[in-house]
Ligand binder design. Structure first.
Ligand SMILES: Cc1ncc(COP(=O)(O)O)c(C=O)c1O
Length: 364
């Protein structure tokens, strides 16, 4: 089958670009003695997780238990759940999963640690635990080194839990390289204090897991970090390009859409709206648009209705006709993938493979 024969909207992945993204990251990590544990939230497809492992990753990261279940069913057994597992029900599910997988969880509270400890002890299994540190994103994580040490000691004292080290997510590093460099100074000061305190207290840190896609190729510049968890890098997206963490040529995924109306002057309507693209804004430059139209940089996806993408073509030289097909690089690829049942893997015009997005919608 050819790309031109696919019904739209359709998610396309250029296999050559994806393979290049995978090997570049794996080579960088190998070259800097960093463990690579990609976040599979970006693709949610076990086969792609296996490719990441085949190209050098030690294991994978997921956010939710449901995603871990999908990956385990797909034969992946070394899994970090980088999300606080809270509540008895979830702790029991985690314990069941730990019977079959080498599981590690990150957490930042004694409540979460206790519930997991009880559930895994009852099940007679063990899970690894990383204590989460907040390095400035202000989402999850303990931001004070003394409290972090207390949490680590608590985890170490609880049965069924194996304290493995620390995890942090520099989510605020989605900015240009100069700003990232300035922020890294502060993060490293905090990491130095943490590493020093843990060393003085004799608490070993087998793993210090950091990294996101914008910061991934700078993983070696974070003090003490020995593992990175980039997710977006497999496909990249418009926001990653906007902060110079990838180029447009590194964007492996785009959405093929069809122009369905041109009747309003200065406008064209495409057959992808908020059910096709995520609502994430473009973080760089003027912040405009819900994606980049590869064939026409002057066109702007100005608004999303559910099934309509409103294209402003007032500045465009291109002639738009009903039935034209366009390729749109989404602002944020992860939530875009989550909206689709399948992804088509292509080489040039030829569709080589179709993957089901098996982990989509697994919010529990
Ligand atoms: C905890 C955690 N680790 C890693 C990642 C991957 O980051 P990125 O999508 O920038 O590659 C995310 C993304 O949200 C995350 O939440």
């Amino acid at each position: 089958m050819l790309v031109s024969e696919l019904e739209t909207p359709a998610l396309i992945v250029d296999l050559d670009v994806m393979d290049r993204n995978l090997s570049r990251m794996a080579d960088y990590c190998r070259g800097h003695q960093l463990l690579l544990r990609p976040h599979t939230k970006t693709h949610k497809i076990p086969e792609l997780a296996r490719r990441q492992i085949d190209s050098g990753a030690t294991g994978i990261t997921v956010a939710k238990l449901g995603e871990a279940e999908v990956m385990l069913n797909g034969g992946i057994t070394d899994i970090l759940i980088a999300y606080p597992i809270v509540g008895t029900q979830k702790a029991k599910r985690l314990a069941k999963l730990a019977e079959q997988a080498d599981l590690t969880v990150s957490l930042d509270s004694e409540e979460a640690a206790r519930a997991i400890s009880e559930a895994v002890s009852q099940q007679g299994v063990k899970v690894g635990v990383l204590a989460e540190l907040d390095v400035g994103f202000s989402r999850c994580g303990v931001s004070n080194e003394v409290e972090l040490l207390m949490l680590a000691r608590k985890i170490t004292s609880l049965p069924g839990l194996e304290f493995k080290g620390l995890m942090f997510f520099p989510g605020h590093f989605g900015v240009v390289p100069e700003e990232r460099a300035a922020m890294r100074v502060q993060v490293n000061e905090l990491l130095d204090r943490v590493l020093d305190l843990f060393a003085r207290d004799g608490v070993p840190l087998a793993i210090v897991s950091g990294g996101s896609t914008p910061a991934a190729y700078e993983g070696d510049l974070f003090h003490g970090v020995n593992e990175v968890r980039p997710g977006t890098y497999i496909f990249n997206d418009r926001n990653t390009v906007g902060v110079s963490a990838a180029t447009l040529d590194d964007c492996a995924l785009w959405v093929v859409v069809t122009v369905v109306s041109t009747s309003v002057p200065g406008r064209a309507v495409i057959d992808g709206g908020s059910k096709t693209f995520s609502s994430d804004r473009y973080q760089a430059g003027d912040g405009n648009g819900f994606g980049l139209v590869k064939e026409d940089r002057a066109a702007e996806i100005e608004r999303l209705s559910e099934e309509h993408g409103h294209l402003n073509i007032q500045r465009s030289e291109r002639k738009y006709r009903v039935g034209d097909r366009l390729s749109v690089i989404p602002n944020h690829v992860c939530p875009t993938v989550n909206l689709h049942d399948e992804i088509y893997g292509v080489r040039g015009e030829r569709v080589e493979t179709v993957w089901r997005v098996e982990g989509r919608g697994k919010v529990r």
